[in-house]
Design a binder for this molecule. Structure first.
Ligand SMILES: Cc1cc2nc3c(=O)[nH]c(=O)nc-3n(C[C@H](O)[C@H](O)[C@H](O)COP(=O)(O)O)c2cc1C
Ligand code: SF4
Ligand code: SF4
Length: 261
């Protein structure tokens, strides 16, 4: 059973490749949260996987909240293979350790951890790389994902994350504190190009967006003060109508189309 959280498709793509190789069931954390479903039963000997993006050298808040409620109705022993795969834009810090600690609190002891460098979707500060660079990143990512799939299939144990970056034990506590402070929704706004389609409300894993108004004048409003800042709403709006602060108007939007194939 593989749980994944993905705002822009990178982690979904990785989770799908793993599921194809292992024949494990795929569970979307966004869908699970929408359905208020936190209890799952694994089959005997089935591996457990968690594929999530890195946010500020840590784990998305929605994933933290999901794991805190997660119940797996199964007996754990030292034979159980539990793996984590992070996707990031460059480096993960100690996000893997943070995830392992969270899982340990729920009696799930991580046996193997991995990390894949993919396209950085954090467009609140920087623009996306050029199309050519995106393709190069994906070619390299595919090689890493293939290696991870082989290791997971053989249930190889170890910490295989070589993307932790500089001083992860210092960087994670410092940057994650920043995340807790900045993930506010008051900087989101909607432009007139909004088509009233409501896709942003469906994409939001936190149920933090509600549509107001009627007919073609329906517009999203952010109902929670804080959210995970996953940027699913911003990247997946078909009209590029959602902005955050001053920089996103000129920056691109990203979705890993391979995740939907
Ligand atoms: C709020 C936020 C914070 C991020 N922080 C980091 C980071 O600390 N390190 C990093 O390498 N990438 C960072 N990223 C980039 C994502 O981890 C990366 O693009 C990831 O693959 C996105 O996964 P997804 O497409 O499954 O949502 C951040 C992205 C967001 C939205
Ligand atoms: S996804 Fe974009 S176009 Fe659709 S309702 Fe939301 S803001 Fe409007
Ligand atoms: S409001 Fe947007 S950025 Fe915040 S959690 Fe929802 S989809 Fe993600």
């Amino acid at each position: 059973m593989i749980f994944y959280f993905s705002a822009t498709g990178n982690s979904k793509y990785v989770a799908k490749q793993l599921a194809i190789n292992t024949s494990d069931a795929l569970i979307s954390i966004t869908e699970a949260v929408h359905a208020d479903k936190y209890t799952y039963a694994t089959k005997a000997g089935e591996s457990l996987g968690f594929v999530v993006p890195v946010y500020f050298y840590g784990i998305p808040d929605v994933v933290v909240k999901f794991i805190e409620k997660l119940e797996i109705t199964d007996r754990y022993d030292s034979q159980h293979y539990i793996f984590t795969v992070l996707t990031c834009g460059g480096s993960s810090g100690n996000a893997g350790k943070m995830l392992a600690k969270l899982l340990a609190k729920r009696n799930m002891i991580v046996t193997s951890s991995f990390c894949v460098k993919m396209v950085d979707n954090y467009v609140l500060m920087y623009d996306l790389p050029k199309e050519e660079t995106i393709n190069e990143i994906m070619i390299k990512a595919d090689v890493s994902i293939n290696n991870i799939c082989k290791k997971v299939q053989k249930k190889i144990v170890g910490d295989f994350n070589d993307l932790k970056g500089f001083a992860p034990w210092i960087m994670t506590p410092v940057l994650y504190k920043v995340y807790k402070h900045v993930r506010k929704t008051n900087k989101f706004f909607v432009e007139d190009s909004c088509k009233s389609c409501g896709l942003c409300t469906i994409a939001c894993p936190e149920n933090a967006i509600r549509m107001t108004g009627v007919g073609p004048r329906m517009r999203p409003v952010w109902t929670n003060d804080k959210c995970s800042l996953c940027l699913a709403c911003l990247h997946r709006c078909p009209a590029k109508a959602i902005q955050y602060g001053k920089k996103t108007q000129k920056n691109g939007r990203y979705y890993n189309k391979e995740a939907e194939k």
